[in-house]
Design a protein around this ligand. Structure first.
Ligand SMILES: [Ca+2]
Ligand SMILES: [Ca+2]
Ligand SMILES: [Ca+2]
Ligand SMILES: [Ca+2]
Length: 453
């Protein structure tokens, strides 16, 4: 049926094939932790005790770099202590401090249940979009014990904790005691609060602060525990900001737009909107070399149909076999940026022999090879040169990832994507005996991820 006359007059018979739409969720792209940028914090491990009152293994007062958070005026009672503890590895905790010598101490025996309190810190950073923030801290559930002065403390149970990430004083994300059940008496546990800020956020540009508190909740089994003092300890606070991948705009990335295409049964012939012709040896000038899109129904050339939407791009050839690679390219409205990872993903199909809507069976038994390229100016930044073995009727996702460093000769040059049918004659065939040589494409995506300076 592809053997249409060059004049492209249309057959009058019409038969619609059964249409199945199957969509696949593509796997989440893992974000490389290597690009996490730590946010500078003051006294994040509570080792700086300047300005505090030292007493045996304790210091009392507000740790340098931190600000008291005490909306209910819990702190100030003589039996509420905030400051630091030097765990010796046997009393109170089974280990020494997770980092350095000291940990933050929030101790309360006289204002139990009187309100949440703790410390907060304003960072020098502002909230950025397209960024993952990870606030991590070691949380200690202190056990009962005897201090250097010989005083015995009942510290059974745990009063709860809260970690908060704020911008402009407004809450961005919090961990409201979600890991309490996994904390162990006498141990520290590292807890991470993670939040992804997308392309927009109401608090973008506002100064980031973080807050660590004791919920100061009286345990349900308080009497059985002997009405213990309520204490939470913290150590080794870190805040990482990792740029998230952002989508780069592509016109008609899934080939759903029929604009400018000439319909013919499940096909639309022509160069899809947003894309332009790419051809070696002017191969696409020949009748019998078809570009366009195809309604990719399941069981019709592509077993599971289009992976995104209803249509795929076609690069079909039954007359110029081996005559030169061809396909599509798109010049993007995006210039090459330094210190950036670009990841180009394309679904590539090897259509199987099947019957078109016109009733004609097409022999597509082999595969002529594909090439996916990302260019800046005239330079190929990265490519997949036919690395995937795609079974007949199958469609697989390829990913081309390239890291651009601090300098690049094509900095500022516009990016181009190419989707190519290599048009290679399969082994064991000649140009005369080869089946029709077809590659299909769908779901083109390009992401950029800032790698840091
Ligand atoms: Ca420490
Ligand atoms: Ca405890
Ligand atoms: Ca599509
Ligand atoms: Ca095939």
């Amino acid at each position: 049926m592809y053997k249409m006359a060059a004049s492209r007059c249309f057959m009058s018979s019409f038969r619609v094939s059964r249409v199945l739409f199957l969509n696949f969720t593509l796997p989440f792209v893992a974000i490389s932790a290597a690009h996490a940028a730590p946010v500078t914090l003051q006294n994040p491990s509570f080792e700086d005790t300047s300005g505090q009152f030292a007493y045996n293994e304790y210091t009392f007062g507000t740790p340098s770099g931190w600000t008291l958070y005490d909306p209910d005026n819990v702190v100030g009672d003589p039996d509420v202590y905030v400051g630091t503890l030097f765990p010796n590895g046997s009393d109170f905790f089974n280990t020494t401090a997770p980092d350095g010598d000291r940990v933050l101490l929030l101790f309360n025996s006289a204002q139990r249940g009187a309100g949440e309190y703790g410390f907060e810190q304003l960072t020098g950073e502002v909230l950025m979009t397209n960024t993952r923030y990870e606030l991590s801290v070691d949380i200690g559930d202190i056990d009962s014990g005897t201090d250097v002065a010989g005083v015995v403390y009942n510290l059974e149970g745990f009063p709860g904790y809260r970690l908060q990430l704020l911008a402009g004083g407004q809450l961005v994300a919090e961990d409201h005691n979600t890991q309490a059940a996994s904390l162990i008496e006498g141990e520290f546990s590292r807890v991470t609060l993670s939040v992804d800020i997308g392309a927009s956020h109401a608090l973008e540009g506002d100064a980031i602060s973080l807050r660590l508190t004791s919920l100061n909740t009286i345990p349900e089994n308080d009497v059985a525990l002997g009405s213990p003092a309520l204490e939470v300890d913290f150590d080794n606070v870190t805040l990482d900001a990792t740029p998230l991948p952002e989508d780069v705009g592509i016109v008609n990335p899934s080939f759903e737009d029929p604009t400018g295409l000439t319909p013919y049964f499940e096909f639309g012939f022509g160069v899809p909107q947003g894309w332009s012709d790419y051809a070696e040896n002017n191969v696409t000038m020949y009748s019998g070399v078809y570009q366009g899109h195809m309604l990719a129904a399941g069981n019709n050339f592509i077993t599971n149909g289009a992976t995104d939407g209803d249509y795929v791009a076609i690069a079909f050839n039954d007359v110029q076999k081996g005559g030169g690679a061809y396909g599509y390219q798109q010049l993007l409205g995006e210039a090459l940026q330094l210190n950036t990872r670009y990841t180009l993903s394309v679904d590539v199909a090897n259509p199987a022999t099947g019957q078109s809507g016109s009733g004609q069976t097409m022999n597509l038994d082999e595969f002529p090879g594909y090439r996916i390229q990302l260019l800046a100016g005239d330079s190929v930044l990265g490519q997949d040169d036919n690395s995937m073995a795609i079974g007949e009727g199958g469609m697989l996702t390829t990913s081309v990832s390239v890291d651009i460093g601090a300098t690049h000769p094509e900095e500022g040059a516009p990016l181009t994507i190419r989707l190519i049918n290599l048009n290679q004659i399969p082994a064991g065939y000649t140009a005369e005996t080869a089946p029709d040589l077809v590659v299909d494409f769908d779901n083109v995506r390009l992401q950029r991820q800032f790698l840091g300076q």
